[in-house]
Ligand binder design. Structure first.
Ligand code: ZN
Length: 97
């Protein structure tokens, strides 16, 4: 087998090994995520910050009557925010449905 070909195969083999390693790493990461989401009681700092932001957002929404309705169709209790124009919209108008 010419040297050039041997180099090609070696490279291919190395890529395969690298891919396998990446897959293993991802599986480990997913497993970790799964376990941490199951763990209850100890709230992480990120979670409490999320709660704080949500509370602020709810407070802001409650302050203006129009914000309690979907900007596009007028449905009560919009659960999404259009970040482009800054309006509260329902699930349907958010494009999630
Ligand atoms: Zn709507």
């Amino acid at each position: 087998m010419p040297d050039a070909h041997r180099g090609y195969y070696a490279e291919k083999e190395a890529k395969k090994k690298k891919k396998k390693k990446e897959e293993e790493e991802r599986r480990r990461w997913e497993d970790k995520m799964h376990r941490s989401s199951k763990a209850s009681g100890s709230k992480s700092a990120a979670n409490s910050e999320n709660d704080r932001n949500m509370a602020q957002l709810r407070e802001f929404q409650a302050g203006v009557a129009e914000n309690k309705l979907c900007f596009d169709c007028g449905q009560k209790g919009p659960t999404y925010i259009n970040m482009t124009v800054g309006s509260f919209v329902c699930t349907k108008c958010s494009g999630m449905l």
